[in-house]
Design a protein around this ligand. Structure first.
Ligand code: CA
Length: 286
C-alpha cells in the first residue's frame, strides 16, 4: 500500500492550497484562519511564512516572482515575502461577509478561485482572473468552493463544491477559458470532496475532508486508489518535488477535540506520498 509520510509537522489550523514552485523548489501553502502564507522547502525542511492580515484561501505564483492571494477582501497581489500588498479586485459574497477559499492557476495563466459564506448555502461563486487583469464570474450558486483542476488536453475542468458531495466535470475551452455542460463525475462516499489535483495521466486525486484519505479517480470517475492519511480532515493535495512525482497532502486540526488530537497528533501537517505518477506542471499567473 502507498504510504503517506509526514513531511512538515506544521500544526496548522487549516493548511490548504499547496502549490509547487519549481523555481524555488518549494511548496507554497496557506493556513486559512491564521491568514498566514508559507513556503516549505522539502530538501532543507525549512518553512518560512508571512502574515497577510486577513484570512487567505489561496496563494498563486506570478511570473515576476510575486504572489497572488485570494483573501476575505478579494484578490491581492504582493511580493514573495508578503510586502507591497495591493488589492487588485475587491470581491464580496451575496450575502456579504464571506471570503475566498480554494484557488489555482490553469496552464494558460488564468487564476481561478471561489468563495464561500459560512452557513449560507449557494452564496458563493467561482471567479477567473485573466492575464489581462479582467475578473469574470464563471459559476454562481456555489456553497463551499473547493478543488479545481484541468485535464491534460485542456478540454475538461473539474470542480468540487464540497456540500454537493461530489466532483463535477465541465467542458472547458482552453483558448478562451469558457465553461459548459456541467455534469457529475464522482460521488464521494467518504467525507466530503475538498481540494484536488489532476495528474499527467489525467486522473484526479481528491482530498477527503472528514474522510482520512486521498482518493484517485479515472477520468471516467472510477475509484482506482485510496491513500490513507493519519488525519481526519484532509484538505488538499498537489504534486511537487524535482520530478513532480511527490503528492503533497495538506490537513487541518480545526475543531478536533483533545482526544481526537491525541489520536491524530500530526493533524494540521503536510504529508508526502510517492504517487507513482507525475503531476502536471503547476500554472503560473501573469
Ligand atoms: Ca479547501
Amino acid at each position: 500500500m502507498t504510504a503517506a509520510d509526514l513531511a512538515l509537522d506544521a500544526q496548522a489550523t487549516v493548511a490548504e492550497c499547496p502549490i509547487w514552485d519549481p523555481g524555488r523548489q518549494g511548496l507554497w501553502w496557506v493556513d486559512i484562519p491564521a491568514g498566514r502564507v508559507h513556503c516549505f522547502s522539502p530538501s532543507t525542511g525549512e518553512d518560512v511564512s508571512f502574515v497577510a492580515g486577513e484570512a487567505v484561501g489561496a496563494v498563486a505564483t506570478r511570473r515576476d516572482g510575486g504572489l497572488l492571494l485570494a483573501t476575505a477582501t478579494g484578490i491581492v497581489g504582493c511580493a514573495a515575502d508578503g510586502s507591497g500588498r495591493r488589492v487588485l479586485h475587491e470581491v464580496d459574497t451575496d450575502p456579504p461577509g464571506g471570503r475566498f477559499n480554494d484557488g489555482k492557476t490553469d496552464p494558460w495563466g488564468r487564476f481561478w478561485a471561489g468563495t464561500l459564506v459560512s452557513g449560507a448555502r449557494g452564496a458563493g461563486a467561482l471567479y477567473r482572473l485573466d492575464p489581462d487583469g479582467t475578473l469574470r464570474t464563471m459559476v454562481t450558486g456555489v456553497s463551499v468552493s473547493n478543488g479545481l483542476g484541468w485535464s491534460p488536453d485542456g478540454r475538461t475542468f473539474y470542480y468540487a463544491d464540497s456540500p454537493t458531495g461530489g466532483v463535477d466535470a465541465f467542458d472547458h475551452d482552453a483558448e478562451t477559458g469558457a465553461l459548459g455542460n456541467r455534469r457529475r463525475l464522482v460521488d464521494i462516499d467518504r467525507g466530503r470532496p475538498d481540494g484536488l489535483s489532476v495528474d499527467a495521466e489525467g486522473f484526479l486525486w481528491v482530498a477527503l475532508w472528514e474522510g482520512w484519505a486521498v482518493q484517485r479517480f479515472s477520468p471516467a470517475g472510477r475509484l482506482v486508489m485510496t491513500i490513507e492519511i493519519p488525519a481526519r480532515k484532509v484538505t488538499s493535495c498537489a504534486f511537487g518535488g524535482p520530478d513532480l512525482g511527490t503528492l503533497y497532502v495538506t490537513t487541518a486540526r480545526v475543531g478536533l477535540s483533545e482526544a481526537e488530537l491525541r489520536e491524530q497528533p500530526h493533524a494540521g501537517g503536510i504529508f508526502a506520498v510517492a504517487a507513482g505518477v507525475r503531476g502536471q506542471p503547476p500554472g503560473v499567473c501573469a
